[in-house]
Design a protein around this ligand. Structure first.
Ligand code: ZN
Length: 473
């Protein structure tokens, strides 16, 4: 019992022999000194300073968000916990995962300890006893820890904190017995990062326990005993503003221990596209720029006040909608043996885009305007916008010649067309908008669509087939 309330500190003077992989080691030697005794925030702070010196951005995989990145760095330097607030799908989890990059790859821990205690400052009873009573203590290297704690209203104390009982020790149970001590999720994050996904969803009684553990470094057992628990963990939490109606679901004392950083949608179309491409599940090199802009633009439109459906959209689509829209049109192109996405890959009535978007937004009064109507509407508007851009890119000095060439072609099937090189004006323009030769047919299609939408001089008759209307007349 005597060790339980005591703070145990091991120095070179009272140290047992430490054994690592069968060999005695001097943990205070230069070889091992960096693998123990430091706190999580000290490790993070040292790494941040090292990165800053070398000009390395630890959060390079996060697109944009420069101000937010800077706030995260400042908070971490100050040893603060962080609360990311924002709607789902804007990278709160990614952000928290990249923070774990600042932890050392491995650290020394007492072998067999269920919370991976530090050899010089143990937290659990059994390690305290071991270090003070035994001549030899075995150590092991453990990899960095990033423990996710999913916010669950049904979560129990045992799941979050763990089971701890002094009563069982009094009854004669061994300190290592699971009835005496079984760590929950937060204790498992000792010496690592605890990521609370939806912190507000954790029952408020548990939030109180959590606060007690993190701030006062102690636990009140179900039997009413107060036990010191010097848990060292960096808490990163996320919360969704949808849970924020009126009163916050996160208890004030806990909220007061965290720095809030808002994570919103990507600021620009370019960032949206970059995030989409980065996270695609399949080949990302087969979507020409115009289709990237149309799809990402459609998703962004649904988040904007300028969208003609904005009054109806209750829940906006996140970046995942963009990512999946990219995936589905690319999947269709691959299935059809194409090297570049065409309008046909949007599916009949944009079914492939619907597949990506429909589960990712909500409208109110769906009987008045269906989700399908909204998707078709925003995609069409986005095609209009991008076609306007493409049309305005056609140099005026070749426009006349280009139209003449189209009139010579008569009925045009963009899939069948392969002698495009002989049409000098057209070819000049197509080459200027393509990144590579496999995109020529897709470029031809968007150019015809742009001329059709902006002038009516050509008309789309079916998928990939256009006619020069002035020629018909
Ligand atoms: Zn331990």
């Amino acid at each position: 019992m005597e060790y339980i309330f005591e703070e145990v500190k091991i120095t070179e003077r009272n140290s047992p022999k430490f054994i690592l992989e069968g060999e005695e080691i001097d943990i205070w030697s230069e070889e091992y000194i960096n693998y123990h005794s430091k706190s999580v925030s000290e490790y993070i702070r040292d790494k941040l300073i090292e990165f800053e010196k070398k000009g390395i951005d630890p959060f390079a995989e996060i697109v944009g968000k420069e101000i937010e990145k800077d706030m995260v760095k400042t908070a971490l330097m100050s040893g603060s916990n962080i609360l990311f607030k924002g709607k789902k799908g804007y990278g709160k989890t990614t952000f928290s995962k990249t923070i774990s990059k600042l932890l050392p790859e491995k650290i020394l821990a007492i072998k067999g300890c269920r919370i991976h205690d530090d050899p010089t400052q143990p937290t659990c009873f059994s390690c305290k006893k071991k270090l003070l009573e035994e001549e030899e203590v075995e150590l092991t290297f453990i990899p960095k820890k990033w423990i996710r704690v999913a916010g669950d209203p049904m979560m129990t104390t045992r799941q979050l904190i763990g089971g701890i009982s002094l009563q069982k020790i009094k009854e004669g149970y061994d300190l290592d017995h699971p009835e005496v001590f079984t760590p929950g999720r937060v204790l498992k994050a000792h010496r690592g990062i605890a990521y609370f996904d939806e912190l507000g969803s954790i029952p408020s009684s548990l939030q109180t326990l959590l606060h007690e553990l993190l701030e006062e470094k102690q636990i009140t057992t179900p039997e009413g005993d107060i036990i010191p628990m010097k848990i060292d963990t960096l808490v990163i939490a996320s919360t969704n503003p949808a849970n924020y109606r009126g009163v916050s679901d996160i208890k004030e004392p806990l909220l007061d221990r965290m720095e809030q950083i808002d994570i919103g949608p990507p600021e620009t179309l370019e960032e949206e596209i970059a995030i989409g491409l980065k996270n695609m599940a399949i080949r990302k090199d087969i979507i020409p720029e115009w289709h990237l802009k149309i799809l990402a633009g459609a998703v962004r439109c649904m988040r904007s006040r300028n969208c003609r459906y904005s009054a109806r959209i209750e829940v906006e689509p996140s970046c995942r909608a963009t990512i999946k829209a990219f995936d589905h049109v690319a999947a269709s192109a691959l299935r059809n043996g194409r090297e570049a996405v065409m309008f046909a890959d949007y599916g009949k009535d944009y079914s492939n885009v619907k597949l990506a978007l429909k589960s990712r937004f909500e409208v109110d009064y769906e009987d008045e305007v269906s989700k399908d109507d909204v998707i078709v509407g925003v995609v069409n508007d986005s095609i209009d916008t991008i076609c306007g851009e493409i049309y305005s890119e056609i140099p005026r000095n070749i426009f006349g010649g280009l139209m003449e060439e189209l009139s010579e072609m008569g009925e045009i099937d963009v899939y069948a067309e392969n002698g495009l090189k002989s049409y000098r004006n057209l070819w000049t323009f197509l080459s200027s908008i393509c990144r590579k030769s496999s995109e020529v047919n897709s470029a031809f299609e968007i150019t015809l669509e742009a001329i059709a939408r902006c002038t009516g001089l050509v008309e789309r008759v079916s998928d990939g087939v256009y006619v020069y209307t002035a020629y018909d007349r």
